[in-house]
Design a protein around this ligand. Structure first.
Ligand code: SF4
Length: 456
């Protein structure tokens, strides 16, 4: 047998036993399978985590988490039991090694970030910002980002059943944290959705709508169904993608009778209209793909929708090796029938430097996963460049590795550049984490970050 950098083995999916966690020792399989039970038992604070996990997790971890919540977190805490249960699954909660395993866990690293995870030297890049993709600037109507010529993003609601520490929409999504007041929609939900539909009816150039949030799993099903049905009435719309991390974080929701029956109605309508509906989910680690997640994905495919695809995020400590990424892609593809589609570089939001990879690292990872997966299931690694949009990591026009600045061009105008004659000739910048740069580059950013001395 030839020695290979990655050796494929089919791995059976496994649902870890939640009864190993002291707070859920008596939870029945019926309760666990209930979306309502899962929502009611989400972990929202340090006290609740302690009640579930108990004293097996060292007091210093809880203090580390508390400090992060107070000083660094851009997202409030909300973790469904389904996700907690996939953290440190192989180590009993009363084992002396549990704290170390919990600290090191890939899912914990992004769902329950702690202060000591973050960079002390550069917690944020000087160019980091709220709404780093400038989506709100490109709202055609409130919540509807028109960034690309033929496709739009509809942010239906600002909540999710789970909050990820690295959320790119930290500006809008979730509850306020001590550090971040969230942007509030001005229009009420129904007025906002009506305005979106009116805009889409008026622009025959839009053929593709990403229905997102937040997470569509937090929209009451009848309201989501009526919105998607209204989209299906618009003749130019050919693709509809529903964005829900909850397919993994709360698969119980997508397995409810109400949602399955509703999706069947939408899929049937879509077939009659020759429109494709797909679900896009967000899974970052192989251990998150459990039998329940596979059941939910297959239940959705059985309704007749076109596909279930995964858009993960590259995160240091979670999936920063080609082996972890290939394990994830095979777990998605083999038994859950979820198509690996994209891996995004983590966006430049505040306090995200410890998660972010450099462009060079992302390029290397793209290189290293090629050739193992079928071509149709080989994900593209994507840099979402502010004011440009998604670009394959190998498409940078120039790359200054000393200062960690990559330069990108584009071939269409976004909504904010309609009168900008130079928009397609300009180069747009993206920045690597500073602590990864050679000393000369770090010195450049130290000088750049210094406040300019007052004149006179
Ligand atoms: S599910 Fe998506 S929108 Fe919600 S917190 Fe996570 S990354 Fe943000």
């Amino acid at each position: 047998m030839i020695d290979q950098p990655y050796v494929y083995r089919h791995r059976e999916l496994a649902e870890p036993d939640w009864r190993r966690l002291p707070g859920w020792a008596d939870v029945t399989p019926q309760e666990w399978a209930s979306a309502q039970w899962q929502r009611a038992h989400c972990i929202k604070n340090v006290r609740q985590l302690h009640q579930v996990v108990g004293d097996g997790l060292a007091e210093s971890f809880y203090a580390d988490l508390q400090r992060d919540q107070a000083q660094r977190a851009t997202m409030s805490m909300l973790v469904p039991p389904q996700m907690i249960n996939t953290m440190a699954p192989a180590v009993p909660a009363d084992h002396p090694g549990f704290t170390a395993a919990f600290y090191a866990d890939p899912v914990r690293r992004y769902m329950i970030p702690v202060f000591s995870d973050r960079r002390a030297d550069w917690p944020s890049h000087p160019k980091a910002s709220r709404d780093s993709l400038h989506e709100a600037e490109m709202w055609a109507v409130e919540g509807l980002t028109h960034r690309y010529p033929t496709k739009v993003l509809a942010e239906l609601l600002p909540t999710c059943p789970q909050y990820c520490g690295h959320c790119t929409r930290m500006d809008l999504v979730g509850n306020p944290t001590p550090l971040v007041d969230k942007h509030k929609f001005e229009l009420g939900r129904d007025d906002r959705l009506s305005a979106m539909l009116a805009y889409l009816r008026s622009d025959a150039g839009v053929r593709d709508v990403v229905v997102s949030g937040g997470d569509v799993a937090n929209m009451p099903w009848p309201r989501l169904e009526s919105f998607v049905a209204a989209l299906l009435e618009i003749p130019n719309i050919r693709d509809i993608r529903l964005a829900t991390k909850a397919l993994m974080g709360l698969p119980q929701y997508w397995l409810t009778d109400e949602v399955r029956a509703g999706m069947e109605r939408l899929a049937s309508l879509a077939r009659q209209r020759n429109v494709s509906i797909a679900i896009h989910t967000h899974v970052n680690s192989a251990q998150s793909v459990t039998p329940l997640v596979a059941d939910a994905a297959k239940a959705m495919l059985a309704t007749g929708i076109r596909d279930v695809r995964n858009q993960g995020v590259l995160l240091r400590g979670t999936n920063d090796s080609s082996g972890q990424l290939l394990d994830l892609c095979f777990a998605l593809l083999d038994d859950a029938k979820i198509m690996p589609y994209y891996f995004y570089m983590c966006d430049m939001i505040p306090n995200s430097e410890h998660w972010r990879l450099s462009l060079a690292e992302a390029q290397q990872l793209q290189h290293d996963i090629m050739g193992y997966l079928p071509g149709f299931a080989t994900p593209r690694f994507i840099c979402d460049v502010p004011y440009v949009g998604k670009r394959w990591v190998h498409q940078a026009a120039r790359y200054d590795r000393e200062r960690g600045i990559s330069y990108w061009t584009k071939n269409y105008r976004t909504g904010v550049e309609s009168g900008d004659a130079l928009a397609l000739q300009r180069e747009y910048e993206y920045y690597d984490p500073i602590y990864l740069l050679p000393e000369g580059g770090q010195e450049y950013w130290r000088r750049a970050a210094q406040p300019v001395a007052a004149a006179g």
